[in-house]
Write a protein that binds this ligand. Structure first.
Ligand code: 0XW
Ligand code: MG
Length: 366
């Protein structure tokens, strides 16, 4: 089987309402969908959708420029040989893993269809028919955030992530206490500062919330700041934005700098790379999520397939953007949440196919 063409599409992703984090606010984004076309008639889809240009260094136009650079070098390769495909991408362009990830995901989709297996079956096997997700509560007043946490727990979510930072730390401390009061025991809480806290405020917050069982996600901007205060905090520390690739995951783990991760598929480089990170976490009993920054059904399906292969005891869930955006790309088999869980797609490959009407004409073709 050979790749005979690649189409790249722009798909609008309007938000239900503003999603506010300390580092950035997400409203209307444009996702990038990649379609790999083979001489066998099989096609595969991948997606990459950075959460705006500020959340992390990756951004929409950068991803498209990288695809322009990589695309032509892949024609003629067998997309089922995903190792070779990744090596070819790396030989053509240094970095830009988030663009390469869209190709990698589309290649897994083709491999699954070619072998008549779901992606999760090719990468370790699924732990069940559904997997947990978590709800990410956007920055708002302490009362609003507590009310939202209570509602989501009622709906069935077992984990909430609260966006903190970017404001007076007293408000975040009040929020976390109110969330604890408003929810029943059993809910897992992540306080995600998205890089924004000073080491001073991270320490104030952790000490004033010491009775709250929660994890502190990406409290500060750099690994050095996190390392400096880590042992003065009362809470486990998870790294998200700084888990940039397999090597940074290895460095954080071997340096004893983290208690868990928010693993993002496209940031790490796709399904091949995130599997390695999953296995490193497994070897050190480190909990982690398997999600991405934003996007539609294609990237959501990829996250769910990888999430379905993580040991349940260490799995913190796959976050997907579905509750925050206005449209599904696949009107028939879209990825959706019910009572805090997501059904693992059942069709071969990713098990989702974006509707032609949403794709329009390609913005790039090779
Ligand atoms: C909750 N997320 C997965 C969605 C946004 O991209 C932010 C992100 C996070 O955990 O930082
Ligand atoms: Mg995070």
């Amino acid at each position: 089987m050979k790749l005979v063409g690649i189409n790249v599409y722009n798909v609008d992703v309007p938000s239900v309402h503003q999603y506010r984090m300390a580092s950035a606010t997400v409203t209307h984004l444009q996702s990038t969908i990649v379609e790999l076309i083979t001489d066998s008639g099989l096609v595969g889809f991948g997606e990459t959708c950075p959460a705006g240009p500020v959340y992390q260094p990756q951004h929409m136009l950068g991803g498209r420029a990288a695809l322009q650079e990589i695309g032509p070098s892949l024609i003629g390769l067998d997309p089922r040989n995903i190792g070779q495909l990744n090596r070819a991408m790396n030989a053509t362009l240094n970095g830009s893993r988030y663009a390469k990830a869209a190709i990698d995901i589309a290649a897994w989709d083709i491999a699954g269809k070619a072998y008549n297996r779901r992606v999760c079956d090719l990468i370790g096997g699924a732990t069940g028919d559904t997997i947990p997700t978590y709800y990410s509560i956007t920055t708002a007043s302490p009362d609003e955030m507590a009310r939202e946490a209570r509602e989501r727990q009622r709906e069935g979510y077992e984990r909430v992530q609260l966006k903190i930072g970017g404001r007076d730390v007293e408000q975040d401390i009040e929020t976390l206490h109110k969330v604890k009061e408003a929810t029943k025991p059993g809910i897992r809480i992540a306080a995600d500062a998205n890089r924004s806290l000073t080491s001073r405020d991270a320490m104030f917050l952790s000490h004033r919330c010491r009775d709250i069982s929660m994890v502190m996600e990406q409290p500060c901007n750099t690994m050095e700041e996190i390392a400096a205060i880590r042992h003065q905090l009362c809470h486990p520390v998870y790294v998200d934005e700084l888990a940039e690739d397999v090597n940074s995951v290895m460095r954080a783990v071997s340096g004893g700098l983290v208690d868990g991760f928010g693993l993002k598929l496209t940031r790490l480089g796709g399904i091949l790379a995130v599997q390695t990170a999953r296995d490193i976490c497994d070897a050190r009993s480190l909990p982690h999520t398997c999600d991405d920054t934003w996007g539609g059904d294609v990237i959501a399906a990829a996250c769910v397939h990888v999430g379905a292969t993580v040991a349940p005891a260490r799995f913190e869930g796959s976050w997907i953007a579905a509750p925050y955006i206005r449209r599904h790309f696949d009107s028939e088999n879209h990825v959706q949440i019910e009572a805090g869980r997501i059904k693992v797609p059942t069709g071969p490959g990713l098990g989702v196919t974006p509707d032609k009407v949403h794709l329009g004409s390609p913005i790039m073709a090779f």
